[in-house]
Design a protein around this ligand. Sequence first.
Ligand code: FES
Length: 574
Amino acid sequence: MSQKSPKSLRSHRWYGRDDLRAFGHRSRAASMGCIRADYEGKPVVAIINTWSDINPCHSHLRELAEHVKRGVWQAGGFPVEMPAITLGETFQKPTTMLYRNLLAMETEELLRSYPADGCVLLGGCDKTTPALLMGAISMNLPAIFVPAGPMLRGNWRGQILGSGADVIKYWTERRAGTVDRQAWREIEQGIARSAGTCMTMGTASTMTSVAEVLGFSLPGASSIPAVDSRHFQMANLSGRQIVKMVWEDLKPRDILTLASFENAITAVLALGGSTNAIIHLLALAGRAGIKLTLDDFDELSKKTPVVANLRPSGHYLMEDFYYAGGLPALLRLLSSVLHLDCASVTGNSLGENVRDAEVYDSDVIRALDKPVFPSAGLVILRGNLAPDGAVIKAAAADPSLLRHRGRAIVFDSHGEMDARIDDPALAVDPDSVLVLRNAGPKGAPGMPEWGNLPIPQKLLRTGVRDMLRISDARMSGTNYGTCILHVSPESFVGGPLGLLKEGDVVELDIERQQLNMHVSDEELSRRRQAWRPRPDVYPRGYGKLFVEHIRQANEGCDFDFLEGTAPVPEPEIH
Ligand code: FES
């Protein structure tokens, strides 16, 4: 590892020279009250902040940034906060996934165009974590990720409520007529009680855990509740650490290896984490020039037990996980199946980072021989409906549906599904297979979290609570149900899901990892010839760029021109 000198800092080109441009930079720094001693010869640390009034998961990030700044100052750096687009899962439509790559581009360009020597990334709501990391990996400046942290447990009439999972559960009961308006309103007021991200093991906590396992966060950072005082202490320590990393020139691609990605996959599986992690990990690896495929997930899934007893696969919430020892305790438990020599932002290996961690509650973090599920939290499927793969979170599905055959009810759009799903005339029974298509990366576009198709009301009233559902969409990591997702290639680009007809027999066999429609090859070829593409939804702007360049789900949904490790050109300063 090289050691930087003040004159070799990237920011020296902006602040340190005796020329006209540097004069302008220093005089405008002075206009903000800075004196030369604030920045002269010091690492400039960009704090990329995704705070926004419209993103409740990040509502505390301005305060958090102040704690990061304190740490940067204490360690002899110069902190500069830079706002970036927020991706607020609850409010942004049609889906934050449409904008993940935009934030990744913005992160890369902010770091590239301003005098940053290193960065602290503040995010946590689902897509912000992969987006910030993708941009930072491409820019390859020293980077540390400070997660927003999960919110407190939800509470309603003495019951613990979990984000997403309990929303779906009680909404299903509301549609079935077993939860009244008053109860529904009370749940609305009690389920989200503080700043922070969803507190189930949804996409947010899965991805902040991924960031930590990959080596981008201080040990234990991802498990600390957002409003816990130790969360602010972690932010301060991260500010101190990034200054050290700049001097040591410890960059993302010094940390990332195939082994660190295998560790991240193992952790996601042991956590019972979100299916969305598959797409994001493929994209992150692509930015680091590391070849990762669905087969890597498949292989590790067969031998990794789910040991975190967290909703939606298990019982507890992130607050419980933190008190039980958090991610370091889980990683230590998994030591025998992890690559412990992987590097991290601490300068120490993963093994050294978790060496002293302990499990304080063995029902929350189970022993390897007493898992929540013995293996295969996530299952990769293939077959004539998904030649390039599909995924199901078997741990959150009804076991009786994991080998299933039924007739397809096909919806061509979310609007059509809304219009037909509760129609009393819909020819649906509990064995039917609900299919939603044109909901993939290009088709929706943006691959929204529509994969948890609602159960028809007439079946809800007879007690049905789960059915086999298939789509080329994603599903919120906080949801559950027998939902096959990420069908690739998507129907919009001519994938076989687009050839399925209402009434066709569809078969899922989890054990054989097969997803097939029972339609002859001759008939499929006839349908393929008759298939016509649907018109694009976005004729202009970012949406057009997105549709023209987005990769499929099994490739990580990055833009084709952002993958790989081509050097990022430094801006000319004249
Ligand atoms: Fe932001 Fe769930 S809505 S993490």
